[in-house]
Ligand binder design. Structure first.
Ligand SMILES: Cc1cc2nc3c(=O)[nH]c(=O)nc-3n(C[C@H](O)[C@H](O)[C@H](O)COP(=O)(O)OP(=O)(O)OC[C@H]3O[C@@H](n4cnc5c(N)ncnc54)[C@H](O)[C@@H]3O)c2cc1C
Ligand SMILES: *[C@@H]1O[C@H](CO)[C@@H](O)[C@H](O)[C@H]1NC(C)=O
Ligand SMILES: *[C@@H]1O[C@H](CO)[C@@H](O)[C@H](O)[C@H]1NC(C)=O
Ligand SMILES: *[C@@H]1O[C@H](CO)[C@@H](O)[C@H](O)[C@H]1NC(C)=O
Ligand SMILES: *[C@@H]1O[C@H](CO)[C@@H](O)[C@H](O)[C@H]1NC(C)=O
Ligand SMILES: *[C@@H]1O[C@H](CO)[C@@H](O)[C@H](O)[C@H]1NC(C)=O
Ligand SMILES: *[C@@H]1O[C@H](CO)[C@@H](O)[C@H](O)[C@H]1NC(C)=O
Ligand SMILES: *[C@@H]1O[C@H](CO)[C@@H](O)[C@H](O)[C@H]1NC(C)=O
Ligand SMILES: *[C@@H]1O[C@H](CO)[C@@H](O)[C@H](O)[C@H]1NC(C)=O
Ligand SMILES: *[C@@H]1O[C@H](CO)[C@@H](O)[C@H](O)[C@H]1NC(C)=O
Ligand SMILES: *[C@@H]1O[C@H](CO)[C@@H](O)[C@H](O)[C@H]1NC(C)=O
Length: 489
């Protein structure tokens, strides 16, 4: 305590000239004081870092440069008790903070801050429990790391499809996987959480805890900091998959084959398909997944179409995920997402997505030569929501909704607003097109992890917003989690 005070006095003395105000109540000397308070309070398992150390730079780094901010310091907690201590200090000093898992949030400020950056990287354990059929996973891991660790065990978990994406953010927002048609969303395959509540209390959350269980499954960082995910495991053999690239003149053939694919009833089969514009070129990508070493005939129509690049093969699940990067590269450029949910990929809807890419691609490329505009379409089995119980997301499990997403990458920061405008426009037009197509999407929920930063809560959480607000008020009466960014109930 005496040391903490001394450190604060020193940092105040060092910084009493010409420091910019960081926010209304937090100038940089306040922030350094909080950083030092945290440093002194933590056990040897944890550490605080300051700029410009490599640890600090690693802690604040995000997949999209638009999601990275220079925090006053970063902290890597190494024990649950230290996470608790950090939250208590941040709460009592009312210090802005952020929690980072895999750092793939595409909304600025959701896992970054000019206050205190918490990086969960030291929570990196993957522990298989064959008796209970679960795997304990640390929130500092990315999915490719988890799959690589699980590869020799013959079991797998339901998580992300691209290397680098974090376990934490994906699971807290819902989570679409290559196994979703078979087993549901990532949230449907959680058996329990270890959670540090906003007031610092450490707790385990299971289906017995009605409200927190409901809220944590889709409710992002509203209810505290998760320090462990206990995930249900499933047997995993080698799989078949990869990705193939196609030229623009195959558009109609691909559309026809995908319409046909959706009529098949094989939950082991999944595709993700992209329509992209980059450097004056329009292209099509299809990522293939089949949950067995050899695919059924479900992909035949697609595989008959000549591809211009890529490959598919029998391989491990981990190997597939590790190598899908080229389909959805983040490049460290600026990046925003905007969801465009539909209930069916009909020919008219395929055309609408393509039209938006062809319209906005050249227009945005004229402003910034690093622009890539992508529509990612994700057909799943119609029963995808039948594998779980009521949760924050999705708000309505009675109808299948597919979570398509538009994304734009660029490099000039003064174009941020323009890119957000274009994304809103594209997703509005898809909703209108789906209604015209006879789809019941006027209230279809936007997937939380694909939603642009200013998306109204009702558009993602529908009729759940009221209940979520009540849970939040009871769990976090002092609004500690409000000191960190993200959608807030
Ligand atoms: C290239 C790419 C591919 C993607 N692929 C998929 C996909 O296949 N399926 C899918 O469903 N989504 C996908 N997404 C979306 C993805 O789910 C989100 O970007 C998600 O936020 C990533 O989680 P993260 O841990 O990497 O993010 P972070 O930026 O670290 O965190 C995201 C949010 O979670 C909060 N958070 C992080 N850790 C904790 C914690 N321990 N406790 C409480 N809150 C915490 C953060 O504060 C923030 O609000 C993809 C995104 C990208 C950019
Ligand atoms: C920073 O703010 C605190 C109060 O929050 C104030 O006491 C201190 O003088 C300020 N320091 C500077 C350098 O403005
Ligand atoms: C977990 O992180 C520690 C350092 O904090 C490192 O020594 C260890 O190798 C990591 N484990 C895994 C499985 O990545
Ligand atoms: C949470 O569960 C684990 C494992 O069952 C147990 O060791 C731990 O004590 C529990 N924590 C709390 C706060 O109940
Ligand atoms: C799909 O297959 C499952 C089991 O394989 C079967 O129960 C279901 O009725 C089939 N649905 C359709 C629409 O064919
Ligand atoms: C398959 O494609 C990946 C990604 O482009 C590439 O790295 C790999 O070398 C290819 N493999 C074969 C056998 O062509
Ligand atoms: C494109 O991005 C690269 C790498 O980030 C950068 O060096 C270059 O200046 C950018 N080009 C333009 C036109 O902004
Ligand atoms: C970035 O965009 C702004 C606004 O359109 C423009 O004025 C500026 O020249 C651009 N900068 C670069 C490096 O292209
Ligand atoms: C989309 O933007 C165009 C202008 O670029 C505008 O004419 C149109 O009304 C917008 N549509 C929607 C649904 O936002
Ligand atoms: C449309 O969807 C809503 C839920 O989003 C549902 O209540 C309603 O019954 C559906 N209407 C039809 C005609 O299916
Ligand atoms: C912390 O919050 C939980 C959940 O609202 C509550 O049950 C607990 O009593 C609180 N603990 C303290 C010390 O205030």
């Amino acid at each position: 305590m005496a040391l903490a005070t001394l450190l604060c006095t020193i940092s105040l003395a060092l910084l009493s000239y010409g420091q910019p105000e960081i926010s209304e109540n937090h100038n940089s000397s306040d922030l350094l004081c909080t950083c030092n308070k945290i440093a002194v309070a933590l056990s040897g398992a944890s550490q605080v870092f300051f700029p410009p150390t490599s640890e600090y730079l690693f802690d604040i780094e995000h997949a999209a440069s638009s999601s990275t901010e220079a925090s006053a310091c970063s902290v890597e907690p190494g024990s649950v008790e230290d996470v608790s201590e950090i939250l208590r200090i941040l709460g009592s000093t009312r210090t802005p903070f952020a929690v980072k898992g895999g750092g793939h949030a595409t909304n600025p400020g959701f896992s970054s801050t000019t206050g205190v950056q918490i990086s969960m990287s030291r929570f990196n354990e993957t522990k298989v429990n064959l008796m209970s059929g679960t795997v304990e996973v640390g929130p500092g891991l990315t999915w490719d790391q988890v799959y690589a660790t699980l590869e020799p065990t013959g079991v797998n978990v339901v998580g992300g499809r691209v290397a680098g994406v974090g376990v934490a953010g994906l699971t807290l927002g819902g989570g679409y996987s290559f196994l979703t048609s078979q087993y549901g969303l990532a949230v449907d395959n959680v058996a329990g959480y270890e959670l540090v509540l906003p007031n610092g209390t450490i707790t385990n959350v299971t289906s017995e805890d009605r409200d927190l269980w409901f809220g944590l499954r889709g409710g992002l960082n509203n209810f505290g900091v998760v320090t462990k995910f206990i995930l249900k495991s499933h047997p995993q053999s080698d799989i078949w998959g990869g990705f193939l690239l196609y030229s623009e003149n195959q558009l109609d053939a691909i559309k026809g084959a995908l319409v046909n694919f959706q009529k098949k009833n094989d939950t082991k089969a999944e595709v993700i398909t992209t329509r992209s514009y980059s450097s004056g070129q329009f292209s099509i990508g299809v990522a293939y997944f089949y949950d067995a070493p050899t695919p059924s005939r479900v992909f035949d129509c697609l595989l008959d179409i000549p591809a211009t690049g890529g490959n598919v093969s029998t391989r491990s699940f981990a190997d597939l995920v590790q190598n899908l990067g080229p389909l959805v590269s983040t490049n460290g450029l600026r990046l925003f997402y905007a969801g465009a949910p539909v209930s069916q990929y009909s020919p008219a809807i395929f055309d609408s997505f393509v039209n938006q890419i062809k319209l906005w691609g050249p227009h945005l490329w004229a402003l910034d030569k690093n622009v890539t505009v992508v529509a990612t379409l994700e057909p799943f089995d119609k029963g995808l929501f039948s594998h779980g119980s009521d949760s924050a997301y999705p708000p309505d499990r009675s109808h299948a909704i597919f979570p398509s997403v538009f994304s734009v990458q660029w490099s000039n920061a003064s174009l941020d607003e323009k890119m957000a405008f274009a994304l809103r426009n594209m997703s509005n037009i898809i909703r209108a097109a789906a209604l015209t197509d006879g789809q019941n999407v006027s209230h279809a929920a936007v997937y939380v992890n694909y939603a642009l930063y200013d998306t109204p809560l009702e558009d993602m959480y529908g009729g759940n917003v009221g209940r979520l607000r009540k849970i939040r008020a009871a769990i976090d009466p002092d609004d500690v989690m409000g000191l960190s960014g993200g959608f807030k109930f």
